[in-house]
Ligand binder design. Structure first.
Ligand SMILES: NC(=O)c1ccc[n+]([C@@H]2O[C@H](COP(=O)([O-])OP(=O)(O)OC[C@H]3O[C@@H](n4cnc5c(N)ncnc54)[C@H](OP(=O)(O)O)[C@@H]3O)[C@@H](O)[C@H]2O)c1
Length: 326
């Protein structure tokens, strides 16, 4: 089978297209013929081995796993021992280590049936970014009906889902921060007001929000707290360029330690990949409350070029590559 392959940490030039033996599903695993896979910043972190803290889990000198990619959609090819809910031919989506391959092994706990309303490219965009947005709003942010929500970093992978999910979860008002060039896109997803961070800062006009989802920009904690209503909640999702060693995690960790001593709630989290949330998201998609914004899809052979778009900040929504056809 064809895979995207990587022997050493680095940029897109470390990726090659290679023929490798097909993997076999083990207990509670499903072998999926991948129709489409999406790229996210997590995939890029694992590819570059940056921030360096990543390497503690993935290999100090070189990546232990050679096939990058996590989020996929495709068709079940075979099921391993103990799998009862899926059968060959089922259309599915989920997360796997090594999604950028014609065949991938997916733990059954990270798999769900593909929603009928999404094609394979649209479904492949969902499994990493949309659960991250869902968990940030629902589980960590504890969003309540009628609340005002600000999504910082709204035009990217997580943000495009966060804007729609804040609406679907009952927010009274959803405002968004991204560059002006992508404002129309974010408005079309349901944002009330879009703030172009290249021209002005959110809150410059004195507005405050009950829940702020901080996905990008690495603003200082004090700046972000000034955006909150007196009992508001700030949820740290991500933020790039925070340093070569930890990627800026000290900002989130410091804020979480501060949280018990201030009237705001400050929280960070690492999203959990699971099939249950994919089922919830699939229901929202089929009900017309959630769609994927796909950048691409790009041909499998052009995966490196597609990843470079992410690095250059050119992506509109989720970058998707088509891995195999019918
Ligand atoms: N906590 C978790 O478990 C978890 C899970 C997944 C991802 N993440 C993290 O979440 C972050 C975002 O991931 P993603 O896939 O959504 O990235 P992405 O697709 O690259 O999107 C980033 C977004 O940030 C916006 N942006 C850039 N600079 C900004 C600034 N100064 N102020 C406001 N917005 C700005 C970009 O807008 P323009 O393009 O319009 O400039 C874009 O919409 C990453 O750091 C990732 O590692 C965390």
């Amino acid at each position: 089978m064809k895979t995207i392959w990587q022997d050493r940490y680095g940029g897109e030039d470390t990726l090659t297209l290679r023929d490798t033996p097909a993997p076999e599903p083990g207990k509670d695993e499903v072998l999926v013929r991948v129709r489409a896979a999406s790229i996210d910043l997590g995939t890029r972190h694992l590819m570059t081995g940056l921030p360096l803290a990543v390497r503690l889990g993935t290999g100090l000198r070189a990546p232990r796993k050679h096939v990058p990619g996590r989020a996929l959609a495709g068709v079940v090819e075979a099921v391993g021992e103990g799998v009862t809910g899926f059968a060959p031919g089922d259309e599915v989506y989920g997360t796997a280590a090594g999604a950028l391959a014609e065949l991938a092994v997916v733990p059954v706990a990270r798999l769900a049936r593909k929603p009928a309303s999404l094609d394979f490219a649209q479904a492949a965009a969902v499994p990493v970014s949309a659960p991250t947005a869902l968990q940030g709003l629902r589980d960590i942010g504890r969003i309540k009906a009628g609340q005002s929500v600000l999504v910082i970093g709204a035009s990217g992978g997580v943000g495009t889902y966060a804007v729609q999910l804040a609406r679907a979860l009952g927010a009274g008002r959803v405002d968004a921060v991204c560059s002006g060039a992508k404002a129309d896109l974010v408005r079309s997803l349901g944002a009330d007001d879009v703030i172009d961070y290249t021209r002005t800062e959110p809150g410059a006009d004195g507005r405050r929000w009950d829940l702020v989802l901080d996905i990008a920009g690495n603003r200082p904690v004090a700046t972000l707290r000034r955006l909150l209503t007196p009992r508001g909640t700030l949820v740290f999702v991500g933020g790039e360029s925070g340093g070569r060693w930890t990627g800026g995690m000290h900002r989130q960790l410091g804020a979480t330690a501060l949280s018990p001593f201030v009237h705001h709630r400050l929280a960070m989290y690492v999203a959990r990949e699971n099939g249950r949330d994919l089922e919830t998201l699939g229901e929202l998609a089929d009900a017309g409350q959630l769609r994927s914004v796909v950048d691409g899809p790009y041909p499998f052979e052009e995966t490196a070029r597609a990843i470079a778009r992410l690095d250059a900040g050119q992506a509109r929504g989720k970058i998707v590559v088509t891995v195999s056809g019918d």
